[in-house]
Design a protein around this ligand. Sequence first.
Ligand code: PPS
Length: 295
Amino acid sequence: MASLDVTETFHGIAYPGHLCTKETLQNALRFPFQDTDILIATYPKSGTTWIQEIVTLVCNRGDPHLSQTVENWARAPWLEHFYAPALLETSSQCPRILTTHLPYHLMASALQGSKAKVIYVSRNPKDVAVSFYHYHKLAKFLPEPGSFQDFLNAFLDGTLNFGSWFDHVKGWICPTVAVDNLLHITYEEMKLDLRSSIERVSSLLQCPLVEEEMNSCLKHCSFDSMKNNRMVNYTSVAPEIMDHTKGSFMRKGKAGDWKNLFTDEQSRHFDSIFRSRMQDCSLNFVWEAPTEDED
Ligand code: PPS
């Protein structure tokens, strides 16, 4: 494990050297998928931990034992992180739940011809930027974020760790070669109607749930449950790695929180870059919080 201030640059994208090396990133590109695998792909702060929890619960028919006893990164490891191969070698979990923040174009050849099921979660990018900004203050393996204005410029330029949000979303949603078995779900859909989002996941995974199992999934993947679950809230991470005095990983869990940080000018500038970068992609994002969720 490298020191916290190392950045690894791989195919033009920066990654935290604390978690990834060129070798671990290269290995992820050649990952031998099994047909039963489930791959969660996200740009950071888009709902990764939430979908990891949903998938874990659906695969276990609502039984929270695994999600309350094994940390998310151990039961749904990031393929590009240094610890993944050792974990997967000793795991008997079936199906395997895997996670990646890598862009589609880097994962394409490993996925080609595979029957693995892929779940891509996206979130409106203004909320992603705000969540990521706060996370940079907490996570000691990411660079200091500077002012929000500086951070936002870097987000829009695609120079942050994990690269450009625009390229990531467009790559996975409009891939050059169609990915079989890909479910695209948004953070806002999960906020608005968690039950039907879980139904879509259970249908992709061919794991139909009876009412009691569904209710258990709903209960255990609610924001309040997850905020209090040490297996997903990262409170067990050492303070040298995450400075818990600077904030919580499970911060607000809201849609539309960007309105509390963006100025009108920042929002207008963001909209114009968004329009130009996304003109070749017909995705519609939900930018406003549902009424009951407003601050
Ligand atoms: S990471 O670091 O990429 O794995 O982060 P990720 O899990 O993708 O994103 C963290 C944000 O997701 C919010 N979150 C939730 N929101 C609503 N309901 C549930 N159950 C939930 N679980 C996680 C979390 O609070 C982070 O968003 P912000 O806006 O910072 O609160």
